[in-house]
Design a protein. Structure first.
Length: 100
């Protein structure tokens, strides 16, 4: 099926770069990109409708409302400090009130 689409300048540049190195050229890039996009959309739908995910998101929302969160900047400082105290260790458990 032949279809005409309008691409913005940046998307056209990206397509040309991909097509130059892609077997089948621009047609294959577009066909494969649409299939990948559809697959990602399907997977996201599976994730957001999963009861376990919904429960996790409700807990997260409750934690945010109850101010049981650590700002990103502070969390990263905690991680860096832990890494300095435990160099070379791939995983150092986060402890809060003495509990992992």
């Amino acid at each position: 099926m032949k279809r005409e689409v309008v691409l913005d300048t940046e998307t056209e540049r990206i397509l040309e770069g991909l097509a130059a190195a892609y077997p089948g050229g621009a047609d294959s890039v577009v066909n494969d990109a649409i299939r990948v996009f559809a697959s990602v959309e399907d997977r996201l739908e599976e994730i957001v409708t999963d009861p376990g995910f919904q429960t996790m998101m409700k807990r997260s929302a409750a934690d945010i409302r109850a101010d049981r969160v650590v700002p990103h900047r502070q969390a990263m400082a905690m991680v860096r400090a832990r890494r300095r105290r435990h160099p070379g260790q791939a995983h150092v458990p986060i402890r809060r009130n003495g509990k992992p």
